[in-house]
Design a protein around this ligand. Sequence first.
Ligand SMILES: Nc1ncnc2c1ncn2[C@@H]1O[C@H](COP(=O)(O)OP(=O)(O)OP(=O)(O)O)[C@@H](O)[C@H]1O
Ligand SMILES: [Mg+2]
Length: 387
Amino acid sequence: MDELRSNVRRMLNNQDNIRIVGEARNGREAIDLVKELQPHVVLMDINMPEVDGLKAAEILAKDFPNVQTVIMSIQGEQEYFRRAMKAGAKDFLVKPFSTNDLVDTIQNVFNKWVKDRPELFANEPKADVLSFFSTKGGVGRTTLAVNLAVSLTSKGKKVLLIDASLQFGDVAITLNQPAKKTIYNLVENGDEITLGEIEKNIIKHECGLDLLLAPKEPAFAEAVKSEHILKIVETVQTMYNYIIFDLPPNVTEKELAILDRSNMVFLVATLEISSLKNTKICLKTFGDINFDLSKIKLILNKEIPNVGFGKEDLEAGLSIPVYATVPMESEIAQRSLNHGEAFVLKSPTSAIARSIIGMADRLVGPATVVDTGKSAILKIKDLLFGS
Ligand SMILES: Nc1ncnc2c1ncn2[C@@H]1O[C@H](COP(=O)(O)OP(=O)(O)OP(=O)(O)O)[C@@H](O)[C@H]1O
Ligand SMILES: [Mg+2]
């Protein structure tokens, strides 16, 4: 039925992760198209002319083991479903179904298939994981993480910013976002963390940046474990160019797990003697636990002249070079925070914004400015069949 196909097409139209790559009117056409298009998922109505859904599912399962078939049928055809599953279909949908049912079924079938075949995605580009860390509060981790994330987004990169400052996360307020959905919603029921669940709990900022916010109350922070966070990264890593963490100033197992998973750790320090002292202790601790120190990029934030010591003293005191310097510009920083607007967009020519845009330029590099947008899970191919 053309109507079923157009309904399904309408339901899937706005799904970022699902792309309809073809449509067929009967089982015979379906099999020919699968041969040509090699989709990940096939939606197949049970009642089709020529070769019916059951027969087609059986042929697909035998000849195309990497193609996952979902059978659609109306109530009362349970017996068919049983036979369909036996014939090699991976799931079924009872008509009429909701958009949510449809999307969840497609994603679950696909995710199950992917899970057992990591080698298929071994060559997919994975997000660089960047963390903003310090052992002293208030040095500007959130300010830098948010503005770098926005800046990378405005350069056409897909970026996920995760507020891992789980007790008192400030990302939501810094970008004026209501924390309607947070990372806590992903773990509160103890269910498996799936791509579908993560996507439901991501907040989309108007600039294109994706956000996974910290729990609304500190009491919920404990529920989010390092395994959860690592699972989130693993699940979405092929969907983003960058995953950025805003971390709290603690060195517990949770922060260490994220730092370990990071490709770059932006260690933020300021020209205050307490920051120098704590950063030094932090570096010593990292050395003691054999942390890969080459990942650490020292960021001097709130640089200001004539305060008793400068960049060279910081480098000498910590025995590592400063990777980037961000000047003190209190008015712009504070106004941007209070208005919930990133200064890299609001005041892009200010010195503070330029320094962060410069960091983004350096990360992106000249060779990768053109985004091929090739990430795999974003491109779940879905072949739509109906009667
Ligand atoms: N380069 C800068 N120039 C002037 N002010 C800055 C700069 N960077 C950050 N600030 C200000 O410093 C304060 C602390 O910044 P921010 O909240 O980003 O730090 P944090 O390290 O995330 O703190 P917390 O420990 O609370 O998480 C804010 O008022 C912010 O506007
Ligand atoms: Mg912060």
